[in-house]
Design a binder for this molecule. Structure first.
Ligand code: C5P
Length: 215
């Protein structure tokens, strides 16, 4: 099992996808779960601050709801981070993530709390980061590609606000697990970042197999 955590637009999603392809593992982008809960709560006309309403949306979430393109928008990212502060929402999404993580043969999960809360025993953990400016530039380009017109400065402000909310909340705050390898992608191409991630996972696998053999 591979845990990939980090802030918005750090490159963790791309890295998780690449690792999945390299090691033949299914990948779950857990941000989509929170995005779906945020969008569904808003569509139902409920307040994002209403923990019970958001938790009820989380409780009935199904995998087929994660393909909705509306979840990829800038607005959905903001809704996600607002419902993600609620402990009952996080609890309601636990089983889905555990089931995915524990499937035979392993899995890759990316998010904010995978190495700390969801899979603290994951044999391979990465914490992917980059400067807020570089992350904002990447997200801005991605949004342009999706046809969303937005100013770079507004994207940077989103990133800073989300970092503060995700890192400052009481429930499962975004933080690097003590045993997660830090991967700073600020100056790395996608290829170089994916290669560095592969080396981290291979080293973790060697350690894990040695520990198992010694048992
Ligand atoms: O990764 P993504 O930007 O799609 O995540 C959207 C939001 O969902 C994050 O800003 C965060 O608030 C929340 N999230 C979380 N825990 C995760 C994944 C995402 O709290 N494991």
């Amino acid at each position: 099992m591979i845990a990939v955590d980090g802030p918005a637009a750090s490159g963790k999603g791309t890295i998780a996808t690449r690792l999945g392809a390299m090691f033949g593992l299914p990948v779950l982008d857990t941000g989509l779960l929170y995005r779906a809960v945020g969008v569904l709560t808003q569509r139902a006309g409920d307040s994002l601050d209403d923990e019970g309403a958001a938790a009820a949306a989380a409780a009935i979430l199904t995998a087929d709801q994660l393909d909705d393109p509306a979840l990829r928008t800038r607005a959905a990212g903001e809704l996600a981070s607002r419902v993600a502060v609620h402990r009952r929402v996080r609890d309601a999404l636990l089983e889905f993530q555990h089931t995915f993580a524990r499937q035979d043969g392993g899995a890759v999960l990316d998010g904010r709390d995978i190495g700390t809360v969801i899979c603290p025993d994951a044999p391979a953990k990465l914490y992917v980061t980059a400067t807020p400016q570089v992350r904002a530039e990447r997200r801005w380009k991605q949004l342009q590609g999706q046809g969303e017109t937005v100013a770079y400065g507004d994207v940077l402000e989103d990133i800073r606000r989300r970092d503060a909310r995700d890192g400052g909340r009481d429930a499962a705050p975004m933080t690097r697990a003590p045993d997660a390898q830090l991967l700073d992608t600020t100056d790395l191409t996608i290829e170089a970042a994916a290669d560095a991630a592969r080396r981290i996972v291979e080293a973790a696998r060697v350690r894990w197999e040695a520990a198992k053999a010694a048992d």
